[in-house]
Design a protein around this ligand. Structure first.
Ligand SMILES: [Zn+2]
Length: 122
C-alpha cells in the first residue's frame, strides 16, 4: 500500500492509520511532532538548493530579521529596527522580500500595530 502523505510504498504491517490517512513511519513522526515555526524556511532552503535562486539567497538584514522572528516567535514591527540597529525603511524593504518569499507575515494587533510572525505560525 501507499503512504497517503509521501506516496512511498509502505508495508501493510508498518502502515499506521491516523486521521483517516494511511501513513508510513516517517510521516507518522512528522505528524506527531509539533510543527516547528520555522519549518517553511527549511523547505525553502531545500528548494533553493535544487533550483538556484529563491530563499537560498536570503542574506544580510533579511536573514537577521528572519532569525530574530524565529527565535522570538513574534516581534513588534516597530521594534525590529531598533533591535537590529537599522532604519525602519530598511526593515520595510527587507520584510517585503520575506513576505514575498512566504517566510514571514505581518500579524495585526488590537492596538493597530503589527507583529512580524513566521508565515505559517501565529
Ligand atoms: Zn510517508
Amino acid at each position: 500500500m501507499l503512504c497517503d502523505r509521501c506516496k512511498a510504498e509502505v508495508d501493510e504491517r508498518d502502515a499506521v492509520t491516523r486521521g483517516g490517512q494511511t501513513l508510513c513511519e516517517d510521516c507518522l513522526m512528522d505528524v506527531m511532532s509539533p510543527a516547528k515555526a520555522c519549518d517553511p524556511w527549511a523547505v525553502k532552503l531545500a528548494k533553493g538548493a535544487k533550483d538556484a535562486g529563491g530563499a537560498g539567497e536570503l542574506k544580510g538584514l533579511e536573514k537577521a530579521i528572519f532569525d530574530l522572528v524565529c527565535s522570538r516567535g513574534r516581534v513588534p514591527k516597530e521594534e525590529v529596527a531598533s533591535l537590529l540597529g537599522v532604519r525602519a525603511t530598511e526593515v520595510d524593504r527587507a520584510f517585503s522580500v520575506l513576505r514575498h518569499m512566504e517566510l514571514l507575515r505581518g500579524d495585526r494587533r488590537s492596538d493597530g500595530g503589527a507583529d512580524l510572525v513566521p508565515f505559517s505560525g501565529g
